[in-house]
Design a binder for this molecule. Structure first.
Ligand code: SAM
Length: 340
């Protein structure tokens, strides 16, 4: 998502295009964060819980308006697959003769706009550029049929311990088990038996950690801020005949109860930039969600400075595993020492 001044400039690009507003309120999928209050009314929909809440718009993985819309705008997202997914969803919502627009930053790949439109059989032209990005649009002259969600968008790939995992567009590690996640799972034996324990999987992505822990006998709560990640986790569970609680949450905002074990391969990106804020907030909040003696165990690239914030929250941090690329860190919600 665009931020600060660049974001504002992109919002202005959209606002100035009369053709997008003339027919009535357009639909805007994943609106730029600065859009609310700055542009005329639009029907918004967001796939990130935090963005939906900030803008007071519906949250979900797939959106079908009650009736076709005069125009639809899509904000470019990181990764061609997710952008194609959003553009298809928006194209299917546009009334015949209506306009489909794609706005976004150069660093997120807006230059591939013509190709993204072409895959839907649409010919796009650049309406405007500025703010390190551009706005492209095409007239939707004949109906575009989007594949049914989720069946038409998912693929299945092999995970650890015989698990089958669901890949959806733009969900982390879709199509291939992430090396760091594999390392984290490989260390779990030393965290004690999973059987009968309450586990929280923070940033569940396609649900690989969740499915692994449920298969080991744990009762698992999986959380993610991205609706498509939650959909992928539910499909992964269904594919393997497993059950867990799958919750939308921004950080631990919507998590209640306390856990024996919190597991995560925490996010360190926001769009195209490195952002350690989510992970740091998660470390600070994790202790409140652990039972006495409960453990936080995370995997991260070695270059990420996570020891210090974990130590600050828990008082101590232990390296469970490290190699040239990754580290697995653990902290325990220590039982206070008994007074003599
Ligand atoms: C590195 S991926 C890990 C995915 C999965 N656990 C795995 O190991 O393959 C991090 C996940 O954190 C999610 N995430 C990012 N920001 C978040 C936030 N504020 N709250 C909850 N989850 C978030 C992302 O959507 C992504 O699915």
């Amino acid at each position: 998502m665009a931020k600060a001044d660049g974001g504002l400039a992109l919002v202005r690009l959209v606002e100035r295009q009369d053709s997008l507003w003339d027919g009535g309120a357009p639909l805007w999928l994943n609106p730029l964060p600065d859009a609310a209050g700055l542009v005329p009314a639009f029907a918004g929909f967001a796939q990130r819980l935090d963005h939906a809440r900030q803008q007071g718009i519906p949250f979900g993985e797939w959106f079908v308006p009650e009736k076709p819309v005069p125009a639809a705008i899509v904000t470019m997202s990181k990764g061609k697959e997710r952008a194609q997914f959003l553009l298809s969803m928006a194209a299917a919502a546009v009334a015949p003769g209506g306009l489909l627009a794609l706005v976004g930053e150069t660093r997120l790949g807006i230059r591939s706009a013509t190709q993204l439109f072409a895959e839907l059989g649409l010919e796009a032209g650049k309406l405007a550029h500025g703010g390190h990005g551009a706005l492209w649009a095409a007239t939707v002259n004949k109906p575009v049929l989007a594949p049914v969600f989720p069946e038409g968008w998912e693929s299945v790939f092999d995970g650890p311990a015989g698990l089958r995992l669901c890949a959806l567009p733009g969900v982390f590690a879709s199509g291939r088990l992430d090396d760091a996640t594999a390392i984290l799972l490989g260390t779990l034996e030393s965290a004690g038996p999973l059987d009968g324990r309450k586990v929280l999987d923070f940033g569940c992505g396609c649900g690989v950690i969740t499915a692994f822990a449920v298969q080991g006998g744990a009762s698992v709560t999986a959380v993610d801020v991205d609706a498509l990640a939650l959909a992928a986790t539910k499909r992964t569970l269904a594919l393997n005949g497993l059950e867990a609680t799958v919750l939308a949450s921004d950080g631990l905002s919507d998590v209640t109860g306390s856990f024996d074990l919190i597991l995560s391969n925490p996010p360190f990106h926001d769009g195209a930039s490195v952002d350690l804020g989510v992970a740091e907030r998660f470390f600070a909040d994790a202790k409140q969600r652990l039972k006495r003696g409960g453990r936080l165990r995370i995997v991260a690239n070695r270059f990420l400075p996570y020891r210090e914030p974990i130590e600050r929250a828990f008082g101590a941090v232990v390296t469970v595993y490290e190699d040239t690329r990754f580290q697995v860190l653990e902290a325990v919600n220590a039982v206070p020492a008994r007074r003599p």
